[in-house]
Design a protein. Structure first.
Length: 261
């Protein structure tokens, strides 16, 4: 009975596809194209974080060295027109385990602690091919991004906090070397309307701006698999009641495999 049910389901699914293929073969012109695709990526790399927090008339500094990080992503791609592909994607980047950092105190002393650095982004981006061959593409993106810092010890000076808000990015993609290598460049600006309680307790304002950019090289290994080397940097700057600005600078560099079945 299970075999018969499976054959029946397969027949119901296969019959419409076969009929559509037959109709396409009888009509003139190319057959129907696949309008929806999925893409997934995963990779490893490094991250770096630097924070300047005004506190009691001085600047509390937090500095980390390079530390292992990972990245995962998923996207739904829709061939909207012959020249436009719309992308709905989510991407997550994080330091691997606890990242060792040095907390520089006002009196000049230092304190070592561990923290986790995370970044999450949800993006909607139409990609416009600027030439018939598709070698040039321009992609304006609207996203919501969240950057998070979590120290392992919460009673020290460094607070646990998140920075989040809407983001605008304008990316340019150029095909190089027989169209097997793609260059991506994308400056971005973000309005920070989500500022964590840990920062507000230190007098940091409830909103601010962040400027950043990302760049990458993507090598096409096959029709469905590519290797991407990416780098992104973000500078968040927010005013405070101390008269000085809070600053958070984050870096992520990753090498990822990208699959587009």
């Amino acid at each position: 009975m299970r075999v018969r049910a499976a054959l029946l389901v397969f027949a119901l699914l296969y019959a419409p596809a076969t009929a559509a293929h037959a109709d396409a073969g009888e009509s003139e012109g190319p057959g129907p194209r696949q309008t929806f695709r999925v893409a997934a990526s995963a990779g490893m790399g490094v991250t770096l974080r630097a924070v300047d927090l005004p506190s009691d008339g001085a600047i509390l500094q937090l500095r980390s060295g390079l530390y292992p990080a990972f990245e995962v992503g998923f996207a739904l791609l829709h061939e909207t027109t012959d020249s436009v592909t719309t992308r709905l994607g989510v991407r997550y980047q994080s330091s691997l385990l606890r990242q060792p950092v040095i907390e520089l105190h006002v009196d000049g002393s230092e304190r070592a602690l561990g923290l986790r650095s995370h970044r999450l982004e949800l993006e909607l981006a139409p990609s416009l091919r600027l030439d018939q061959a598709g070698r040039w593409a321009l992609s304006p993106s609207l996203a919501y991004a969240l950057l998070n810092l979590r120290p392992e010890v919460h009673h020290l000076l460094t607070p646990s906090y998140s920075l989040g808000g809407p983001l605008l990015r304008l990316s340019l993609s150029v095909a190089l070397i027989a169209e097997r290598l793609l260059l991506h460049i994308g400056p971005e600006v973000q309005y920070l309307l989500q500022v964590g309680d840990g920062l507000r307790e230190h007098g940091v304002d409830t909103s601010g701006l962040a400027l950043g950019a990302e760049a990458g090289l993507e090598l096409q290994l096959s029709a469905t698999l590519s290797l991407r080397m990416g780098y992104r940097q973000k500078h968040a700057l927010i005013g405070s009641s101390e008269g000085r600005h809070f600053r958070d600078v984050s870096h992520f560099g990753t090498l990822s495999l990208v699959g587009k079945p």
